[in-house]
Design a protein around this ligand. Structure first.
Ligand code: SF4
Length: 249
């Protein structure tokens, strides 16, 4: 680690061949450990930058994220495109017969639930702002609480909107982030996804949230997979509580 990195991330003592649970800080992840994990994932997956082709309008992001709940990216994208092609404006989505909205978003699944959630959210934004815009959240101190007050919006959806469309400091926790950070022992094994948002936000500096979130996802998809983690190719074994426990059984 060069001296600049050391200043930024702190130093992790790499000269200990064997560690025990206490040394690896299982379930009580320290900032030092979190930064070292971030540094190693950065070395593999790199710094993440916003996708210039993505629609970063916060309302679009909110609708997109509601559609993405419990489905894959492909089905979400089909549903979102159908919705945007059928209705030219968000006002038209808000005021449409609910059956029409449900039909267009059907590819995303759970359409009878997601359709009303989308219309409720658009209505709540209208009532708050007099128009369909979430720009007020860019500077509002209670941005997350306001989003969480919307039907169908949980911590993951709220933090995705805040982080990806506004660059606000929020750390989204999806299934990959949840699994990888629990296995690593950055958060206790029984931590709920809701609580994980809070704990991870405390562990990492705000400027690392964007890249940190996406690199955990990438690691979860390619290496620390749900059914069988590929520990043999992972560069985090000496910091990983799951690996430590498996090695000791
Ligand atoms: S060592 Fe294994 S369990 Fe731990 S993060 Fe790497 S792949 Fe996941």
């Amino acid at each position: 680690m060069d001296s600049a990195s050391q200043r930024r991330y702190g130093a992790w003592d790499m000269n200990q061949p064997e560690r025990d649970i206490e040394q690896v800080h299982c379930g009580t992840g320290t900032r030092e450990k979190a930064l070292e994990i971030h540094r190693r994932l950065l070395a593999i997956y790199g710094e993440q930058r916003p996708d210039p082709t993505m629609d970063n309008d916060p309302v679009a992001m909110l609708v997109n994220t509601i559609l993405s709940q419990n489905t894959n990216d492909r089905n979400r994208d089909i549903a979102y495109q159908q919705l945007r092609q059928r209705f030219q404006t968000w006002e038209a989505v808000r005021d449409a017969p609910i059956a029409d909205v449900i039909r267009e978003i059907a590819p995303a699944g759970l359409a009878p639930t997601k359709g009303p959630h989308i219309q409720d959210a658009l209505l709540a934004i209208t009532e708050h702002e007099g128009t369909i815009s979430l720009e007020f959240l860019r500077t509002w101190p209670l941005e997350e609480a306001w989003l969480l007050s919307l039907n169908g919006v949980g911590p993951k959806t709220a933090s995705i909107v805040l982080l990806f469309s506004m660059g606000r400091p929020a750390f989204p926790v999806d299934t990959h982030v949840h699994r990888v950070t629990r296995r690593l022992g950055l958060i206790p094994d029984k931590t709920s996804r809701e609580k994980a948002h809070e704990l991870l936000e405390q562990l990492l500096p705000e400027e690392l949230y964007y890249t940190g979130h996406l690199n955990f996802i990438e690691h979860g998809r390619t290496v620390c997979q749900a059914r069988r983690p590929r520990c043999e190719v992972c560069n985090l074994t000496d910091l990983c509580c799951y690996f430590l426990q498996m090695s000791n059984t």
